[in-house]
Design a binder for this molecule. Structure first.
Ligand code: URA
Ligand code: CA
Length: 433
């Protein structure tokens, strides 16, 4: 097979065979296909798109390009959740124990964050002693025992995706639905998922800025999942403003604990119930989303989800006492209120800008090498649609530096007001099954 012929075929809008796609992915991963040919191929995909079959083949070829985690020793349907990323997104911490309480095994591999706030791994490390380096044997044993374990990314997972993503980044081909969908799904499949629930974010703080694009991506990923034998569902959720109130690692752990106690922010709670219901259904523990939701509510009300969260912390070396005393989490030295300079209804709180304001405090990484400060961050007191009086606090800034002027400027600039009442932004705009 000659790469130039495959480029030409795609350029002319013809469909590539399974073998041809496998050849391209293996050849590129092994260094036999040069960057310039791969770049031309990616651009051809960008303009000509891929059929459903080609997308599934590309995903499986990338998933098979490196190590694949074998979770077959874990009983039950292994359901993974993926969010396309947002500000203050604390759902994984809540969903792990919550879904586990309903009998669905959660064997999760998570990453560290870049930009905005930390990733799930960073948040968990805000709990004293918590470690994410488990041997495969211990990981599997823990999921079989208490139904939930989270480990950091290990091994050589989807090298094809790593190489392709770096090339797409410099050839203006990131923004292609078949390429994004196969990139995300290949990582979930390589991590051993039997079933996948996707939270595709839309809005200013999201990768997909418009609802139309978010829906197209969600349909593409659900199509790939189902075509490759992994039952997949998706929702489209708002990320124009941050999720919940807390943005920052220890602050989000506290918010997750409150949510598991049934006292969490309304939006975060609702998102966890909707995603959790899909996880319980694809995990085969309920027949309908309604039945699943009732099980989740019961797991919160009975305290079972919180009990599993404690067990989960203890199993991974953390101090479970944080659940009953959140003051045991890392504490920031300074607390600064953010009094509103205006009066009115809040009409916009730009998620991206608030995420960046938290990052400058040290809650997120500006570069891969940056150290993060687990204690710092922002807790909002108002969301879009709320009325705020002049001088009333919009947020509290938690910092380890006395000078927070840059963060405050960013926060003030991120908020817009209206003199007329403003409708709350609907959290979930579509459920795709
Ligand atoms: N996230 C991914 O993992 N891959 C993409 O291509 C885009 C976003
Ligand atoms: Ca939050």
């Amino acid at each position: 097979m000659r790469m130039v012929d495959l480029i030409e075929k795609k350029r002319d809008g013809l469909e590539l065979s399974t073998e041809e796609i496998q050849h391209i992915v293996t050849g590129y991963t092994d260094g036999e296909i040069a960057d310039y040919q791969m770049s031309a191929f990616l651009m051809a995909v960008y303009f000509q798109n891929m059929s459903d079959r080609e997308r599934a083949d590309l995903t499986l070829a990338m998933a098979g390009s490196g190590d694949q985690i074998d979770l077959s020793a874990i009983e039950g349907v292994k359901v993974d959740k993926h969010s396309t990323g947002g500000v203050g997104d604390t759902t994984t911490l809540v969903l792990g124990p919550l879904v586990a309480a309903c009998g669905v095994p959660v064997a999760k591999m998570s990453g560290r964050g870049l930009g905005h706030t930390g990733g799930t791994i960073d948040k968990l490390e805000a709990i004293e002693g918590f470690h994410v380096e488990l041997s495969t044997e211990d990981f599997i044993k823990q999921v079989n025992d208490i139904k939930v374990a989270v480990i950091g990314q290990s091994g050589n997972l989807t090298p094809a995706d790593k190489k392709l993503y770096a090339l797409r980044d410099v050839t203006a081909t990131v923004n292609s639905i078949p390429l994004i969908a196969s990139s995300i799904m290949s990582k979930k499949i390589a991590a051993g998922a039997n079933a996948i629930v996707l939270d595709v974010k839309t809005g200013e703080g999201a990768f997909m800025k418009t609802e139309e694009d978010a829906k197209e991506l969600a349909h593409a990923m659900v199509g790939i999942g189902n075509a490759t034998g992994r039952k997949t569902m998706a929702i489209i959720s708002d990320m124009s403003q941050p999720l919940g109130f807390a943005i920052g690692n220890a602050l989000e752990v506290k918010e997750a604990i409150e949510t598991l106690q049934g006292k969490g922010p309304e939006d975060l709670t609702e998102l966890c119930l909707v995603l959790g219901s899909q996880m319980v259904v694809v995990g085969g523990k309920a027949a309908t989303l309604e039945e699943a939701r009732a099980m989740l509510v019961q797991a919160i009300e009975s305290g079972e989800a919180l009990r599993i969260f404690k067990q989960f912390i203890e199993s991974q070396g953390g101090n479970p006492a944080v659940v009953d005393d959140v003051n045991l989490l890392p504490q920031a030295a300074f607390k600064t209120e953010v009094p509103s300079k205006l009066e009115g209804y809040i009409s916009n709180m730009v998620a991206d800008d608030i995420g960046t304001a938290a990052m400058v405090l040290g809650a997120g990484r500006a570069t891969k090498e940056s150290e993060i400060d687990l204690a710092v961050g922002i807790v909002l007191h108002k969301k879009v649609g709320d009325f705020v009086g002049e001088g009333e606090s919009i947020a509290t800034v938690y910092s380890n530096t006395e000078d927070v002027a840059e963060c405050l400027d960013m926060l003030y600039n991120s908020v817009e007001y209206s003199s007329e009442p403003v409708e709350k932004i609907p959290l979930i705009s579509a459920v795709i099954t």
